[in-house]
Ligand binder design. Structure first.
Ligand code: FES
Length: 282
């Protein structure tokens, strides 16, 4: 986060909702912009993997990852309705106002991955925090080797950003592999956990010179990590974003501490090596 000495880093800035798109049941994408055009310009310097705090007037505040790439025209959040704040956001309509502060956190060091293969593994809404990295990587396609995206959900209707996935796989050197736990009428793709895609005929996941991005529910995360380590990945080759209840977002309140790390400042992006050293049980 860049802040001048006089800027109040806690102050939410008002924003207006432009449009709302339902992605899957209980998950909507909210396209928004700051009321102040200068704020909008300043905010768009965020890095993939950073997050922001979203305020609903009279209700409260919650942390939200930033799924757009910084170079995309629109800013948006994709939010699952899980509590009172997210429920309040889900009630809003185009033209309504809320507030945003941030961006916060470290983000993915994408420049450090130049020249490498990128493997994205996302379970369910775990694709939301990875979307920014995927779009950023595609915008700098010549900087990376192969790009593979593995995405799984419980049912076909719960796969995230499906039209985007089909768009992304049209880029040369990019593969998208989808799976569901339970098939439904019309589904002819893979059935099984997301890790089952690694062993699919025709799929080869390179281990050398590769970074694996893994996000999803804890059970999926544990199994995918086990699979990747068995394939020969080193813990430092695996990166993820940790979810914690952030309050201040700037390393002051201590709500997000794991061991000696403040997830809001030192994270939310960590390598699996760092996560294991923190003693985090996920
Ligand atoms: S959210 Fe307050 S220290 Fe991290």
């Amino acid at each position: 986060m860049n802040a001048s000495a006089t800027e109040n880093i806690y102050l939410p800035k008002t924003a207006v909702l432009d449009r709302i798109v339902t992605e899957i049941p209980d998950v909507k994408t909210f396209y928004w912009r700051f009321d102040d055009a200068a704020e909008q310009q300043a905010f768009k310097r965020f890095r993939p993997g950073q997050f922001a705090q979203v305020s609903l007037f009279g209700v409260g505040e919650f942390p939200a990852s930033l799924p757009p790439s910084p170079t995309e025209k629109e800013t948006f959040f994709t939010i699952r309705q899980v509590g009172s704040c997210t429920a309040a956001l889900h009630q809003l309509k185009a033209g309504d106002r809320f507030a945003v502060r941030g961006p916060y956190g470290n983000g993915f060091p994408m420049e450090e991955y130049y020249g490498k293969n990128l493997v994205f593994v996302a379970g369910g809404i775990g694709l939301i925090p990875l979307r920014s990295c995927i779009v950023d990587a595609l915008e700098h396609r010549d900087k990376y080797q192969r790009i593979q995206i593995f995405h799984g959900a419980k049912t076909p209707g719960e796969l995230m950003y499906v039209s985007k996935l089909h768009e992304w796989e049209l880029t040369p050197g990019v593969e998208c592999h989808l799976t569901v736990d339970r098939a439904a009428a019309g589904w002819s793709g893979n059935v099984g956990v997301v890790g089952s895609l690694f062993a699919k005929p025709g799929v080869h996941v390179p281990v050398e010179n590769t970074i694996a991005f893994v996000c999803g529910p804890p059970i999926m995360f544990r199994f995918v990590i086990k699979d990747l380590l068995a394939m020969g990945f080193q813990p430092r080759q695996i990166v993820s974003t940790l979810e914690r209840y952030m309050k201040c977002g700037v390393g002051k309140c201590g709500h997000c501490c794991i061991g000696v790390a403040y997830v809001c400042v030192d994270g939310p992006v960590f390598t699996y090596e760092q996560i294991a050293n923190l003693g985090e049980d996920i």
